[in-house]
Ligand binder design. Sequence first.
Ligand SMILES: Nc1nc2c(c(=O)[nH]1)N[C@H]1C(S)=C(S)[C@@H](COP(=O)(O)OP(=O)(O)OC[C@H]3O[C@@H](n4cnc5c(=O)[nH]c(N)nc54)[C@H](O)[C@@H]3O)O[C@H]1N2
Ligand SMILES: Nc1nc2c(c(=O)[nH]1)N[C@H]1C(S)=C(S)[C@@H](COP(=O)(O)OP(=O)(O)OC[C@H]3O[C@@H](n4cnc5c(=O)[nH]c(N)nc54)[C@H](O)[C@@H]3O)O[C@H]1N2
Ligand code: SF4
Ligand SMILES: [Mo]
Length: 696
Amino acid sequence: MNQHVSAPVIRASACPHDCPSTCALEVEVLDRKRIGRVRGAKDNSYTAGVICAKVARYAERTDHPERLMHPLRRVGPKGSTQFERISWDEALDRVAEGLLKAEQAHGAESVWPYYYAGTMGLVMRDGINRLTHAKKYSRFFSSICVNPAWSGYIAGTGRLGGTDPREMGVSDLVIIWGTNAVATQVNVMTHAVKARKERGAKIAVVDVYRTPTMEQADIPLLIRPGTDGALACAIMHVLFRDNRADRAYLARYANDAAEFEAHLATRTPEWASAITGLPVAEIEAFAKLVGETPRSFFRIGYGLSRSRNGAVNMHAVTSIPVVSGAWQHEGGGAFHSNSGIYRTRKTMIEGLDVLDAKVRQLDQSRIGAILTGDPEVLSGGPPVTAMLIQNTNPMSVAPDQERVKQGFARDDLFVAVHEQFLTETARQADIVLPATMFTEHDDLYQGGGHQHLLLGPKLVDPPGECRSNHEVIAEIARRVGAEHPGFSMSPRELIDWTLNASQRGTLEHLEAERFIDIQPEFESAHFLSGFGHKDGRYRLKPDWTRPPIPAPGLFGPWEQMPEFPDHWAVIEAPTAEHPFRLVTAPARNFLNSTFNETPTSVKREGGPTLLIHPEDAAARSIAEGDTVEVRNTRGTVALTAKLFDGLRRGVVVAEQIHPNFAHAGGRGINTLTGADPVAPAGGAAFHDNRVDVVKV
Ligand SMILES: Nc1nc2c(c(=O)[nH]1)N[C@H]1C(S)=C(S)[C@@H](COP(=O)(O)OP(=O)(O)OC[C@H]3O[C@@H](n4cnc5c(=O)[nH]c(N)nc54)[C@H](O)[C@@H]3O)O[C@H]1N2
Ligand SMILES: Nc1nc2c(c(=O)[nH]1)N[C@H]1C(S)=C(S)[C@@H](COP(=O)(O)OP(=O)(O)OC[C@H]3O[C@@H](n4cnc5c(=O)[nH]c(N)nc54)[C@H](O)[C@@H]3O)O[C@H]1N2
Ligand code: SF4
Ligand SMILES: [Mo]
């Protein structure tokens, strides 16, 4: 039989995308160059055979006619699509020249390598740091996604881990809080629905609009954005009031419980109702259920943390199972992320042995202020005059977008972008380099939403002249005189080294197993052998002055953070001029700005819309399908109105991220979002925007 008629070979892989599910995949390999259907591995206990639709049809991305195939040099103005093809040698020489020139003129810190999570593979995502450290370029302070959530969680628990997420399947009450799991991490639903089917468990969902996840809930809890702290406090108030607090557990495992109980005395359901918009009866009934259900599993997402009080809200929600004592029970407790359990040694991948802590760190989220020369954010150092960008699309995804655009438009800024598509960021580049996709290179993955280390091996040859991030970094390193043994290792050697150093066996072993389960034992996952702080106790009263995650200092108005869980009124409260609260939630068929180029995803999402309550719309003579302008002090964005009653009045939602050019007027959603850092560890409050909505 010749190759073209043979049955596809099924090969194991891992989803590379920035999604807590990090699914174990089975990929149909059609021939040396092409993949077919992608499925979830049935024998992975977390993936359990289920993946999202956008990755199931991944061939739409790998075989996309607009995929970048050759290096390009920009010949038109910045932002245009006028490029000409050049050779790899010429492209790499020009990139090296751009970086060396900046270094000569202003010092190494004027070069800022910039990356994020287009692929979550450790070799391809983090290898750029090896170049940064070897050359003492400005370091990258990663902040855009997890900082508010992780700092809030760790402030209480002392470490990032929690109940085995598979235990949702043996819970009696699964509380999905601040994540639209149906859209953003579908496997949460697999385990939650299993508990409902097999044990009659109830599913509660806390969100700010009626998401597809909330539609599946037995108990929908629809609150106003940024008010989770108030709801959590009222629940804990009721637990203490009704003698449902586990005082013995608190005495053994938490600090300051008596003082906390006194603090909660005024945080009544009536108080929380006024803040959250939830009726008192719903708060009472839900708190009662939590109090009566030992196996209550809090599956806490990121959505509740993307407000200026996000870390405080995260800590408040995490405190509920401490007060109820649910942590002690199988199927009870809380889970946010397992990223803290892996302890992977990334020395060789990232060149941590040559890291110089004196070199400044520049904040990812404040790229707009940095590129427009804000001296404070530049930490007094030189301007940024050269960037190498991999794996991220800041022209779409970064907040304070008007300034990001002004920054990229600078004539004296050299930019090289390594990408799979001619994204809006790539359009700003002087040199564009074509990148491989995950089926075309080897990498190692770790699941934030579960407990597996997975291998994603190279399955097919790259199309055109695409090269992997690792190859490109190594070639640039050679040309700019960066030295480190990691540059001359292959991705497979780096994976093997990393597994060995982390005491996780060898590449050969992982390749045979496809994924390995490193779930910590029950006692440790449930913090029964103690929480992560020195005294082994949960902190109801966190020490916010010690950043719970590595950060160059404290961020935002951290001095004003409340002592105990509370409603911290630091969010953008509505005003007469800007009476609405805008949430920029993730669209189901995109993943941040990824997939907003694939035809099926674009078709399913339609254009950029604004969900608005029918009564709010009527009050402004806005009808379904009208173009509206959403305005605040940062800018104006045009969207199409969609009338939707699954919202509190005064709340509007834009599911995103569409390209800027998909909006009339060319301004995308992040025109409206602010880059002022969330306390205490930085990050952007993407769901915390006061706006006006006007029919045009
Ligand atoms: N389809 C799809 N999947 C994705 C992504 C995507 O863009 N699209 N993004 C990926 C990435 S990078 C990440 S980090 C994860 C994030 O995934 P999630 O943990 O789900 O977090 P968010 O995407 O920020 O928001 C989730 C939900 O939080 C709600 N929300 C907003 N503000 C509040 C609030 O104040 N309180 C509460 N209770 N809820 C609120 C939003 O309405 C939304 O439904 O998803 C990943 N998966
Ligand atoms: N308004 C609003 N903005 C947001 C959010 C929100 O909820 N609302 N969410 C925020 C969050 S949580 C995050 S994490 C950020 C995410 O922001 P980004 O990390 O920028 O995510 P993507 O938009 O998916 O862009 C990733 C890019 O990497 C490219 N890529 C993928 N694999 C590779 C590879 O192997 N090599 C190279 N060179 N490139 C590759 C893809 O083609 C894609 O263009 O966005 C943030 N922005
Ligand atoms: S659910 Fe998330 S991890 Fe799984 S295939 Fe989809 S994007 Fe990838
Ligand atoms: Mo993210």
